[in-house]
Write a protein that binds this ligand. Structure first.
Ligand code: SF4
Ligand code: SF4
Length: 286
């Protein structure tokens, strides 16, 4: 079972929930798809076993075969190609590596070259497998890295997917394989607006979803109000707690350190499994 953990914005508690759900699952995979700033591994400090490079194929223009027909330039919807006099110029940061320009070139003047955009690291800590994608600095899209991370997920067992924040195409790529989407939100109007966006996204993908309310205080909670209005099930609440914030800041897996939080995240995992029709005790395998 693959559980994607999302939040409409950074800082809402997505990684807190993803890391600690994986921690209490005991035998599981934690997959960090937040490839622009993956930080789940900082909590687990895994023993890294493997690092693979993730490459894309960029066009390579062979000027000696180019007849200046402009077909590639006119084909490229991303404006990654331009003519300068009789020369075709490529702007790699705009290229989506679709390969279309190579197909339309009538004179075989375009082929491809490999270009690294990042890497995927795999390791373990106890019975937890940690898979982390990392986009290289300056690269535009982490989607191929997210696909590579998801390729590594086993067909069975529990996988917790730590998605990028927001509701952009990297989030869409991260939830494609998910059996369940767990949304995490903080009790602000900004948090509610971002929750709405990410909730609409998971509805477009027709994924079952539930909500964890984080940083809960004894006051009006706009995210709770939103959930009640839309029928989004509230699966758990995490109270605002300076102790929890301090543990997070120190890179501690709080479910392993604190009985209270171990119980809280174990109960949350059980509730999610029940929502998916996979009810077993915490740490069970299915
Ligand atoms: S590979 Fe696709 S996106 Fe890149 S330059 Fe060619 S047509 Fe444009
Ligand atoms: S399609 Fe091929 S031949 Fe035509 S301008 Fe582009 S590279 Fe040159």
């Amino acid at each position: 079972m693959k559980i994607a953990v999302l939040s409409g914005k950074g800082g809402a508690g997505k990684t807190l929930v993803a890391v600690n759900l994986a921690a209490v699952a005991q035998t599981a995979v934690y997959a960090d798809c937040d490839v622009e700033e993956p930080n789940g591994h900082l909590y687990f400090q895994p023993h890294w076993r493997e690092t693979v490079s993730v490459d894309i194929r960029l066009p390579q223009i062979h000027a000696e075969r180019c007849i200046g027909c402009r077909q590639c330039v006119e084909f490229c919807r991303f404006h990654a190609l331009a003519m300068s006099g009789s020369q075709v110029l490529l702007f790699p940061e705009l290229c989506h590596a679709c390969g279309g320009c190579q197909l339309v070139c009538p004179n075989g003047a375009i082929d491809e070259q490999s270009h690294r955009i990042g890497r995927v690291r795999s390791g373990d800590v106890g019975n937890l497998q940690i898979i982390t994608g990392l986009l290289d600095v300056g690269e535009r899209s982490g989607i191929p890295i997210i696909h590579r991370v998801l390729q590594e997920l086993p067909a069975t067992g529990t996988a917790i997917i730590d998605c990028p924040p927001g509701s952009a195409c990297t989030v869409m790529a991260s939830i494609q394989q998910a059996d369940y989407c767990l949304l995490v939100a903080e009790p602000t109007t900004f948090g509610r607006d971002n929750l709405r966006m990410v909730h609409e996204l998971v509805r477009v993908f027709q994924k079952p979803a539930g909500l964890v309310l984080n940083k809960v205080v004894a006051a009006w909670n706009p995210c709770q109000e939103y959930a009640l209005q839309t029928g989004l099930p509230i699966l758990g609440r995490i109270a605002y707690d300076r102790y929890l914030a301090a543990q997070q800041a120190q890179g501690v897996v709080v479910a392993w350190k604190s009985r209270k939080y171990g119980d809280l995240f174990s109960e949350l995992l059980q509730v999610v499994r029940k929502e998916c029709g996979h009810e077993t005790g915490a740490g069970g395998q299915w």
